[in-house]
Design a protein around this ligand. Sequence first.
Ligand code: KG4
Ligand code: ZN
Length: 348
Amino acid sequence: MNNRPDRSNRSCYILAVETSCDETSVAVIENGTIIVSNVVSSQIETHKQFGGVVPEVASRQHVESITLIIEQALKESGIAPAELSAIAVTQGPGLVGALLVGMVAAKALACALNLPLIAVHHIAGHIYANALVHELAYPFMSLVVSGGHTELVLVDAPGRFRVIGSTRDDAVGEAYDKVARALGLPYPGGPHVDRLAREADAAVPLPRAWLEPDSYDFSFSGLKSAVLAALNQARMKGEPLAADHVARGFQESVIDVLTEKALRAVAACGAKQLVLAGGVAANAGLRHRLAERCQAAGVPLLAPPLGLCTDNAAMIGAAAFLKWERGQFASLDLKAEPLLSLEDWSVQ
Ligand code: KG4
Ligand code: ZN
């Protein structure tokens, strides 16, 4: 079973499944770089009423959607199931109940079609979303900024990851969402804070968490607390702060630290490119500042188009191709791993 992959010269078509959080997504990817189809069904409208993702509700919605989304992705691809080369699925990290739905669907497909199964790390997917639109040059430095992760990752060869810095508390997207909530903005708050920050004509001064001088780690919980304290104190004085000034102050603090550490890491590691990844990569302020700084430093900056920044299965298909090329397949007793490590997932 699932051990006779055809890795001859014909195109490789990977059907990829992503259900790690609140998007049910299925894609068909050709040779790790071409999106044949990519269907994303977002649950944002459902979770909005709770102000954040409710894990049990997310799992249930994945169950309701997954079969339809698989059918739609296959239909839009024009690829017959018999032409597929492998089935890929996000193994982790993510919400365990949500991951399980994609895992069971992917295993059922691999079993029924007698195809190899490929386990994919969600963050490897975010990083390799860039392979769908850009030519990657190794070694590169990836700045991963999402709802659950904030990391600087050195990728010295295809699929080989070394995490050189990560957040010690909140992920940057999480901080965006919490600040947005405090400002009364809808979930997910990141895009709203980004928009307000751009419209603002002044910024509330807020601290920057640089940590130790040589550290590539991040910390955002102090900044989030500083925002909440500033809002409370102003409210008590009867002079509430303007939401856009708070958004601008918060965003400037975040961007200063992310940009500075990312460029320092690029220089220290001799990286050929800076590769932006994750949902917060959609942030206009961050993209703009990184573009300016990278241009001044002569470092090519790669970023996915907005639609490939947030969760999608196309990126999972792109990362899966790294394992396909090396014949590294998973067995059908693969388990969902909510805390899967990126370095451990590296290709051998
Ligand atoms: O990568 P992603 O889709 O999910 C995770 O893997 O976590 O990232 C979602 C996060 C949310 O926190 C959302 O608020 C944030 O990305 N986000 C943004 C923007 N667009 C999405 N944050 C700041 N600015 C944006 N424009
Ligand atoms: Zn993600």
